[in-house]
Design a protein around this ligand. Sequence first.
Ligand SMILES: Cc1ncc(COP(=O)(O)O)c(C=O)c1O
Length: 496
Amino acid sequence: MRAHPAGPLHGGMTPPPSVGLPPADLGALDPQVWPRSARRVDGELHLGGRPVTELARTHGTPLFVLDEGDFRSRAADFAAAFHGADVHYASKAFLCGQVARWIADDGLHLDACSGNELALALAAGFPAERIALHGNNKSLVELQLAVDAGIGHVVLDSFDEIDRLVPLAADRVAAGGAPVPVLVRTTVGIEAHTHEFIATAHEDQKFGFSLATGDALTAAVRVIREPALRLTGLHSHIGSQIFDSAGFEAAAHRVVGLLGQLRQATGEVLGELNLGGGFGIAYLPDDDPVGPGDVARRLRAVVAAECEALGLPVPRLAVEPGRAIAGPGTVTLYEIGTIKPVRLGSGGQGAPPVRNYVSVDGGMSDNIRTALYDAAYTCVLANRTSEAPPALCRVVGKHCESGDVLVRDLWLPADVQPGDLLAVAATGAYCWSMASNYNYLLKPPVVAVRDGVATEIVRRQTLADVFALDAVLADVPAPSPAIDQPAPEHPAGARS
Ligand SMILES: Cc1ncc(COP(=O)(O)O)c(C=O)c1O
């Protein structure tokens, strides 16, 4: 459990170590962190060729601004690096109809983690044969949808799921259809995050079949012997926000070992190896993730070497990047409401340090990651630059929760004021997709920007949408304009 970060500082006089010294330029946009199209024009942040004040005026705040060129070029970077392999976009990072179409048009595959993600992709016209369905508790209804749609793979996660899938698959075969193609998800005993990975013998978690206990081998043998299923390969996923390929290499070593055991046990040589997602991105300027080119080179090398050692043909590789495609190209725009200076100590030399609590018009309902994982983000004053000296700040949301923090510690110009716009970088993955209606805040829209054109690809939720779910309020008109809906003359545009 992480200690409350404010605790030890209450008696101290120095800023927290995590924030470091103020950067030379508080308005700088580090290309590692900001979308590929981000630039300042006369001090104002522009994304995809559109000024943020205009985006805020038109669409309101909070607002997710997705740089389409960034998203699609990162997808293309993975496709190029893994040429001859299959790149599955992990749609849990962020999915909507438009994203499903981009991924389909750009030739990638797609992972769904629930029947509804699958249904959304199918409804958007995504080719079923390029979809894989994950999940540790797939229902009969979800499996039936996958079987009926003819998706590329069901990624089997438990013995119960095999029991559930077999009769559905058998019905399809009896009706003249093909056996259902499946992968067996193995838990390889590697846990990787950022720079470290831990290799263990056992796994104490809900996903997959354990390699260490022999369950993975048992499951794979059982599936091979099941005529209604077609085992095409093995799957493993070892973690998230991984900066180093060593964990993937260790996982590949173990899972190729299972391919060898399977050949020995059944004579069957499987042709596919899916090594999952988890490729890290830069949330802060100091973060140094490896690029897709390096990861692809190292993974190919280790799989080839392991296969050679076992005398196995090299299987077709697949990977499942989510964050590394969706994360860096999206920025969340917020409007600052309240600014509260809070003294961190008193007495001693010089002025007591102060932290400015900068409250914005969203929070943990549109980005739960800081509260949930202690995730680190950075942000800048977006509607203008400033020559004011740096002030230690914490960007917080408007929820009734003291843990409602978006950016824990950062430096902003001391003259930030209510009505200014803040842009938080790298919010494209696991923010909108994890959004909630906590405190009945409404889910923000997503606007795609490209070459000077802004297109709302997901509209803002309305209070009427929320009332419609409520047995008592379904027929009660929602207040108009709804509280926290952008007023027609949103003040953001007036600033400069
Ligand atoms: C099986 C699987 N594949 C892919 C991913 C995508 O991970 P990331 O977005 O970190 O690339 C996840 C994320 O948890 C996952 O569980």
